[in-house]
Design a protein around this ligand. Structure first.
Ligand SMILES: [Zn+2]
Ligand SMILES: [Zn+2]
Length: 345
């Protein structure tokens, strides 16, 4: 099959013929018909994850089941499916409770094994992780859900439990941030968005943010308090830095809920968090990590009734060759919106 292969960290990605995967026990092989490119793919290419090379990246996908391994009960060849980027083992207590996003034995296509920048990809524990696509949902829209929208949906719906009319501050208007703006609007929440990039703020406004704050040295918490009558009910740090985390926490009103979505690896030790405010104002600090297949029906209901239109984020569709050329630059490429890859091109 054709695939984008990376031979070592930071090596030039090449499109070439490799051996097709076979369906593992309990798993399937999916023929990839749409797969999104995101910054995590760039991190994998750059060697920031614990990855075995040569490697095939790609983790946001939709397609058709092409082969079914032994022990799979729910799926057949030809089924239209997608999958969250975190695949649980299917057998532990967390997976059985529908919480595969925190499975201790989780797999992630494009990280723990070869991913979806290829004609075919193997997926494990299919009965737990696969999601059937309704007839009205196209492959590209479905692929766009697996990483950024799933993360945003879980953060706002399952973790922060946002209710209509509440103020949500979204710090960071990149992929996850814009998805968070769109989910918040679909939930009838009011959105303040914060970013260093004026163009990103414009995009957030077009997607429904009511107010936009340029992080140019402005005191963000004071500005949010002015806009929202004392602070937002919910804040999401979609960037992942000590500064953005603190801005989000300090932008909350009393009893507010903070959700940390942007990754904060302890490269310089653990980040400082304004815990005095957390205690005095009884703030909730919540982590959010992807989403399990069991949470998809709620997100799909928002799409079916038209309140969430994820396809508005998809800006372009390219083939494998163009995707291979784009990947090393993806960290700095000024691409707004989402890049979708069609491996059949
Ligand atoms: Zn598990
Ligand atoms: Zn992603």
């Amino acid at each position: 099959m054709r695939a984008i292969v990376v031979d070592s960290a930071r090596a030039r990605p090449e499109v070439r013929e490799v051996v097709e995967p076979t369906a593992p026990a309990g798993g399937v092989v999916v023929r990839v018909l749409a797969t999104g490119m995101c910054r995590s793919d760039w991190h994998a290419w750059a060697g920031h994850d614990d990855i075995a090379f040569p490697h095939v990246p790609g983790h946001e996908l939709a397609g058709e089941v092409a082969a079914v391994g032994p022990g799979v009960e729910r799926w057949q060849v030809g089924d239209r499916v997608t999958v969250p980027f975190i695949c649980g083992c299917g057998t532990c207590g967390w997976c059985r409770a529908g919480e595969a996003q925190v499975c201790p034995h989780q797999q992630q296509p494009g990280f723990t094994h070869w991913g979806s920048f290829a004609a075919y990809v193997a997926l494990h524990a299919a009965d737990t992780n696969l999601v059937a696509l309704p007839a009205w949902l196209d492959f590209a829209t479905a692929a766009s859900l697996g990483c950024r929208f799933a993360t945003a949906y879980r953060a706002l719906v399952r973790r922060a439990r946002v209710t209509p009319g509440e103020w949500v501050t979204v710090v960071g208007a990149g992929g996850v941030g814009l998805s968070t703006v769109m989910i918040a609007r679909a939930l009838d929440a009011r959105v303040v968005v914060v970013d260093r990039n004026p163009e990103a703020l414009d995009a957030a406004r077009r997607l429904g943010a009511e107010a936009a704050l340029l992080a140019d040295g402005t005191d963000i918490p004071v500005a949010v308090a002015d806009l929202t009558g004392g602070g937002s009910h919910v804040a999401v740090d979609a960037v992942g830095s000590e500064q953005t985390c603190a801005d989000a926490v300090m932008s909350l009103r009393r009893r507010g809920r903070h959700v940390q979505v942007g990754l904060l690896p302890p490269v310089d030790g653990h980040p400082r968090v304004p815990m005095a405010r957390v205690i005095a104002w009884e703030l909730d600090l919540l982590g959010s990590h992807g989403m399990a297949a069991s949470d998809y029906p709620g997100m799909m209901a928002l799409i079916e009734d038209g309140s969430l239109q994820p396809q508005r984020l998809v800006e372009r569709t390219i083939g494998l060759e163009a995707a291979a050329a784009l990947l090393p630059e993806f960290d700095t490429a000024k691409v707004s919106g989402m890049t979708m890859v069609d491996p059949t091109r």
